[in-house]
Design a protein around this ligand. Structure first.
Ligand code: FES
Length: 307
C-alpha cells in the first residue's frame, strides 16, 4: 500500500495514512489492527480511523522507541510519503462488545490508539463511553486538542504521579457497576495493574478486554522436552525457540497467526506435565489442559496431542 500522508502528532508520535490506488480496501471494526511487513519483521498497529467513515484508507499512529532496530524507528526515519509498504488486511483481537450499555476505556501513552477509533465509532452510534488516559503530559498526547473538542465530558486525564494515579484509577474501578465492559491498552505494567485490580474486585473475565501486541515476557526461557502422543515423537525445544517452531522443525505443522499469544490459533491439548502459560488468550479453566505453542513453554518434560 502507498503511504499517502505522514503527520507529526507529537515530538515522538507520527501518524501514517495508507491507501490502495487500485482496489477497495477490506472494511474493519473498531479496535482492529493492521500488520505491516517491515525489514525487521511483521509489526501490528491499531487503526485509528472511524470504521464508519469508509474512506478507503487505513491510518495508524506510531510512537518512536529508542531502539535502532525497531519497527517504529524504521517507520519514523526511513518511510516517506509515496513509499510503498506491504500491509496485511485488518484483523481484530480487541473488538467492542456491543451488548454493553457503557464502555470504559483505560489507556496509557500510545495505548490510546485503538480507543481513538472506538470512540469515534461509538460517538457516531450515540453509544455511551468514557476514557481514562494516563499520559506523561499534554505534549505527549497525540490527539490532545481534538480530544478536548470532541470528548471534553468523557475524558479524564491522569497526568499526576504514580501513587495518585493508582489511587484515582482504583477509585473509578470501584465505582463501576459489575457488568461494565472495561478495555485496557498500554504498557504491560499498567495493563497488569488494571487487570489484577479488576479481578480482585470480582469483575468476570469476559468483561475485561486487553489489547496486547506483545506476549508477556518470559524472563529466562529454558529448554524442555515434548512428547507428541498422537505422532509418537519426542522432541526438544531449545531455549531460543518456541514450541511452535520446534514442532515445525520436526515436520508437525500447527496453524498460527499472531505468534504472540493473543489469537488462539496455535492451541494444542496438554496431556501431561507442567506448562508455563505466557498467553493472554486462554481462560484459567482452558489452561488446565490446553496451551498456545507460540508463547507458552513446558517445564522439564510434557506431553501434548496435536490435531
Ligand atoms: S499464533 Fe496466535 S496465539 Fe499462537
Amino acid at each position: 500500500m502507498k503511504v499517502q500522508e505522514i503527520k507529526q502528532l507529537t515530538p515522538t508520535i507520527k501518524s501514517f495514512t495508507f491507501i490502495s490506488e487500485n482496489t477497495e480496501l477490506p472494511s474493519f471494526g473498531a479496535g482492529s489492527h493492521i500488520t505491516l511487513h517491515l525489514p525487521m519483521g511483521m509489526r501490528q498497529y491499531s487503526l485509528i480511523n472511524n470504521p464508519l467513515d469508509m474512506i478507503n484508507e487505513y491510518e495508524i499512529a506510531v510512537k518512536k522507541t529508542g531502539h535502532l532496530e525497531s519497527g517504529s524507528t524504521y517507520l519514523h526515519e526511513d518511510i516517506y510519503e509515496g513509499d510503498v509498504v506491504k500491509v496485511s488486511p485488518p484483523d481484530n483481537y480487541f473488538p467492542l462488545q456491543m451488548e454493553g450499555k457503557h464502555h470504559v476505556f483505560f489507556a496509557a501513552g500510545i495505548g490510546i490508539t485503538p480507543f481513538w477509533s472506538m470512540m469515534s465509532y461509538l460517538r457516531s452510534l450515540g453509544e455511551s463511553f468514557e476514557l481514562h488516559y494516563a499520559v506523561s503530559g499534554q505534549d505527549a498526547c497525540p490527539f490532545y486538542n481534538e480530544m478536548n473538542e470532541r470528548y471534553a465530558n468523557q475524558v479524564t486525564y491522569y497526568l499526576m504521579d504514580r501513587d495518585s494515579k493508582t489511587k484515582k484509577l482504583k477509585e473509578r474501578l470501584r465505582e463501576l457497576k459489575v457488568g461494565t465492559h472495561v478495555y485496557i491498552c498500554g504498557p504491560q505494567s499498567y495493563m497488569d495493574f488494571i487487570v489484577t485490580y479488576c479481578r480482585e474486585l470480582g469483575y468476570p473475565k469476559k468483561y475485561i478486554h486487553e489489547e496486547r501486541f506483545k506476549a508477556r515476557k518470559l524472563e529466562h526461557p529454558t529448554r524442555f522436552k515434548v512428547t507428541i502422543v498422537n505422532e509418537k515423537k519426542t522432541i526438544q525445544v531449545n531455549s531460543n525457540q518456541s514450541l511452535l517452531e520446534a514442532l515445525h522443525d520436526a515436520g508437525i505443522t500447527i496453524p498460527s497467526a499472531c505468534r504472540q499469544g493473543i489469537c488462539g490459533s496455535c492451541e494444542v491439548k496438554v496431556c501431561n506435565g507442567e506448562v508455563l502459560h505466557n498467553d493472554t488468550f486462554l481462560t484459567a479453566n482452558e489452561k488446565t489442559d490446553k496451551m498456545l505453542t507460540c508463547v507458552s513453554r513446558g517445564k522439564g518434560h510434557i506431553s501434548i496431542a496435536v490435531e
